[in-house]
Design a protein around this ligand. Structure first.
Ligand code: SIN
Length: 546
């Protein structure tokens, strides 16, 4: 049985903090929610590492929004739905595209460094957008520009209390409501009960479950796993988006992303024979939606027996490439590669988790008091295949809505949950090696080889058996970040394999070699998971006056 709370080291004192609103996560979704909520409430924002160690910080492409003269929310809606392979939630997409332009303009007030020419915002193009609509900053350094500006606004211009290096062990629940989170400080090992009337989950994605990923080391799926343990519905876990152009050289921990904006500016994909091949697969060629480009690449690699194809930007102007793509240029140079003169080896790489914690269009999860925004959430805007550069936009738009809705939630609460007390189960406190590192490498190996970009039923079943075996073998002699992350990653990996095995079709980013066709009759639906009622409530900590 899955316990509602993960255990803590025995005999450890528990510190306590209380807030009106607790925000978990330091990327665009978390910072936007915290800054907005702090206008009215006492807000604490906890991030697992630093504000530079987030997926937002690494984002290269930019933010999609219908702000161009030729553009409209209707066109953005059509492109998003078109990419989503039949599973987008239309109401959520309407919210995204209609509210997006205002949220982006507000962000530009905080982050004035978006790229302009003659005072006009420059709009870039990416796959499956019918026209240029991506705003970017510092060329391909949008994420770091936006993150730094938002973190500065939170530090200096708002009343948000910021805490770095705070690992969330578990959400705190009382009678099925979320009332905060239990954390482990990674610098001093202290354990803290962070009690709050509202908790906003903005913990990002889970790329580390695959080992090879564009995501930073913090992306271990903690938010989805802890929300699931707390009783929240999660869905669409099989839809793991592989970005077509990860740099394919050995020995990278975090795989260098080669932004899609390069193809938007005219770069080609070539096979080992040096031929452009995407023209054979889609009339939009290299600018087809990501799932179609990945399918084309996989087919070419299989036909040629290779592990990668090539990105070719050698026909583009060298000086302009260096100015427009400074991060990619510098990253490639570290590998001895020159974008302007050489073909760059690229292969699909785990990039984005489309699935997550189910929310409505106000960011409300199925657990009262718990909101989710950003990559951890499943608002339904991405369907089965996310349109490029819609993810930062999703964080902006839905965090703004969370802020608007939580006023209503707190107003109706009528009880000060901050006085509650909790019994948290205690577990191992010994020294010794828990072998978490070797278990983690087994897990990532299984995911990479058996639940990767092209899936087969027999592999998925084998993966599921191995992951279940790995889970039942776990014996922790201590409880720290490595053990907690491993538990979360195993939860995610197991559920991804389970959902991928169930979905006997190919749709969007979910590619089944044994079921290559779309099957609308059976599968135009979400796979939603939720702990059974008795597992959500049994063993929940005692609640009493503080
Ligand atoms: C990219 O720059 O290609 C990534 C953008 C995204 O994932 O939306």
């Amino acid at each position: 049985m899955t316990r509602p709370y993960v255990a803590i080291r025995s005999g450890e004192p528990l510190h306590r903090r209380s807030f009106d609103v607790l925000v978990l996560g330091g990327g665009i979704a978390g910072l936007t929610a915290a800054i907005g909520a702090a206008r009215r409430w006492r807000v604490g924002l906890l991030t697992k590492s630093t504000f530079e160690e987030t997926t937002t910080f690494l984002a290269q492409g930019g933010i999609a929004a219908a702000i161009g003269e030729e553009d409209s929310p209707d066109l953005h809606f059509k492109d998003t739905i078109g990419a989503g392979a039949g599973l987008c939630d239309e109401e959520a997409v309407r919210v995204l595209v209609n509210e997006g332009p205002d949220r982006v303009r507000e962000l530009m007030e905080i982050c004035p460094r978006f790229d302009k020419v003659d005072g006009q915002i420059v709009l870039g193009r990416e796959g499956a957008h019918s026209l240029p609509r991506i705003v970017h900053a510092g060329g391909d350094a949008t994420g770091s520009e936006v993150s730094s500006a938002l973190a500065e606004a939170a530090r200096v211009g708002s009343r948000v209390q910021l805490y770095e290096d705070e690992f969330v062990i578990d959400l705190l629940t009382v009678d099925g409501r979320c009332v905060g989170a239990l954390t482990l400080n990674l610098a001093d090992g202290g354990l803290t009960l962070n009690v709050a009337m509202v908790t906003v989950l903005a913990t990002g994605g889970a790329g580390q479950v695959y080992g090879r990923t564009t995501n930073p080391p913090v992306a271990t799926g903690d938010g989805v796993a802890m929300a699931y343990r707390a009783g929240a519905a999660i869905r669409d876990l099989e839809f793991v988006q592989f970005h077509p152009t990860g740099l394919a050289v050995p020995g990278q921990q975090t795989v260098q992303l080669i932004t899609e904006a390069l193809r938007g500016e005219g770069a080609y994909l070539r096979n080992a024979a040096g031929e452009r091949f995407m023209t054979e697969y889609d009339s939009r060629a290299e600018l087809a939606s990501r799932d179609i480009v990945v399918r084309g690449m996989v087919a070419e690699m299989r036909r040629e027996g290779t592990e990668h194809v090539y990105l070719d930007a050698t026909h583009l102007d060298a000086a302009w490439l260096a100015e427009r793509f400074p991060s990619v240029t510098a990253g490639l140079r570290e590998h001895g590669l020159d974008l302007a003169t050489q073909l760059v080896p690229v292969a699909p790489v785990c990039h984005y988790f489309i699935g997550g914690v189910v929310t409505d269009v106000w960011g409300r999860t199925t657990v009262p008091g718990l909101y989710a925004s950003g990559e951890v959430a499943s608002t339904g805007v991405h369907g089965a295949n996310r349109l490029a550069s819609n993810s930062l936009l999703e964080g902006l738009v839905f965090s703004d809505r969370v802020v608007r809705d939580l006023d209503r939630y707190i107003g109706r609460l009528g009880e000060d949950v901050r006085r509650l007390s909790f019994d948290i189960p205690e577990g191992a406190s010994g020294e010794g090696d828990s072998h978490a590192a070797s278990a983690r490498s087994r897990l990532t190996g299984i995911m990479q080889h058996k639940v990767g970009v092209l899936r087969r039923g027999a592999d998925l079943q084998a993966a599921l058996d191995e992951l279940n075996g790995l889970t039942s073998e776990l014996r922790f002699s201590q409880l720290g970040e490595a053990e907690y992350e491993l538990l979360n990653m195993l939860t995610l990996g197991t559920q991804i394999a389970k959902c991928a095995l169930l979905r006997e079709e190919s749709r969007g980013v979910h590619l089944r070699d044994d079921f290559p066709q779309l099957d609308d009759e059976r599968w135009r639906e979400h796979i939603t998971l939720r702990l059974p009622e008795h597992e959500r409530t049994e063993g929940v900590g005692r609640v009493g006056p503080a």
